[in-house]
Design a protein around this ligand. Structure first.
Ligand SMILES: [Zn+2]
Length: 278
């Protein structure tokens, strides 16, 4: 069983662009999220797949119609936090405020209170483990923010790559990391947009077929800007520019082929049907 999710944010809100596109200027950039979401909603409907959309509260406030359309399409609406702050830049009080503001924006757009959370840029690490206490306290049922990989900016390399339960101060919740592939003693982050765009489609699908044979539910994620090759170019060092732009023109057709092989259900539905949530 497979779940596809999207972190709903604008092209200028990507962590790689934080220096060129500071928060104070966000309202001055060209909004392209509706155009990209049109393509995603259309594709999902055509393929009979349903997904989880982790919305930034900032987006839900400015584009409540996208929340409505996600719900109408039978998708799950979950939280990506308010304005893409890294967890290590927050403390528990600030995370409470950030989550509350996002919940209010989602509810104002007609969504139920979110049950799932994904932190900005996988910044739920050993350093920010306290975030689980906050999530449990606010009633979240699952999280998808831990990335069990080695990476200079994030990751918890030894963490269980499958679905597990994390104990926190006031209870526990389910952790569902996006999929990784075990090879040469390491977990490789194949579930994310960069790898999705970089690897040839057939190879990428083959890796997921291997995970499926291991009996593992799989999780992939993308961003709306990854199906928008016409987005403005942002000045950045060469490697970051490459990571941001590689394969943008073919993401949508690759995703189409992927969904035909691995139809998606929302993350919460998958967790319920596998007995991890009631
Ligand atoms: Zn994000």
């Amino acid at each position: 069983m497979h779940t596809l999710s999207f972190d709903v944010e604008e092209w200028f809100q990507v962590a790689n662009h934080v220096h060129a596109c500071p928060r104070e200027g966000w309202d001055g950039f060209e909004s392209r999220v509706e155009l990209a979401m049109d393509r995603l909603f259309d594709l999902l409907q055509r393929r009979g797949s349903r997904a989880t959309f982790f919305f930034l509260g900032w987006i839900a406030e400015r584009h409540p119609g996208l929340v409505v359309r996600a719900l109408e399409g039978g998708h799950e609406v979950a939280s990506h936090g308010y304005d893409h702050r890294f967890l290590q830049d927050l403390d528990p009080g600030a995370l409470h405020a950030d989550l509350e503001r996002t919940e209010r924006a989602l509810e104002a757009a007609g969504a139920p209170r979110p049950r799932g959370f994904r932190a900005s840029t996988f910044t739920l690490t050993r350093r920010t483990w306290w975030a689980f206490d906050v999530l449990v306290e606010r009633g979240y049922r699952y999280d998808s923010s831990v990335h069990p990989v080695r990476h200079p900016d994030y990751g918890v390399p030894g963490f269980e790559p499958g679905i597990s339960r994390v104990e926190a101060a006031g209870g526990s919740l389910v952790e569902f990391p996006v999929s990784t592939f075990p090879l040469l003693g390491r977990n490789w982050p194949i579930g994310g947009g960069g790898y999705f765009r970089l690897l040839p489609g057939a190879l990428h699908r083959g890796l997921f077929a291997s995970l499926e044979r291991l009996g593992r539910p799989t999780a992939t994620y993308l961003h709306p800007w990854e199906v928008d090759p016409d987005q403005p170019r942002v000045p950045a060092p060469a490697l970051k520019r490459f990571r941001h732009r590689v394969g943008l023109t073919s993401t949508l057709s690759k995703l189409d082929a992927f969904l035909q092989r691995f139809p998606s259900v929302p993350m919460e539905d998958l967790l319920v049907s596998h007995g991890h949530l009631e």
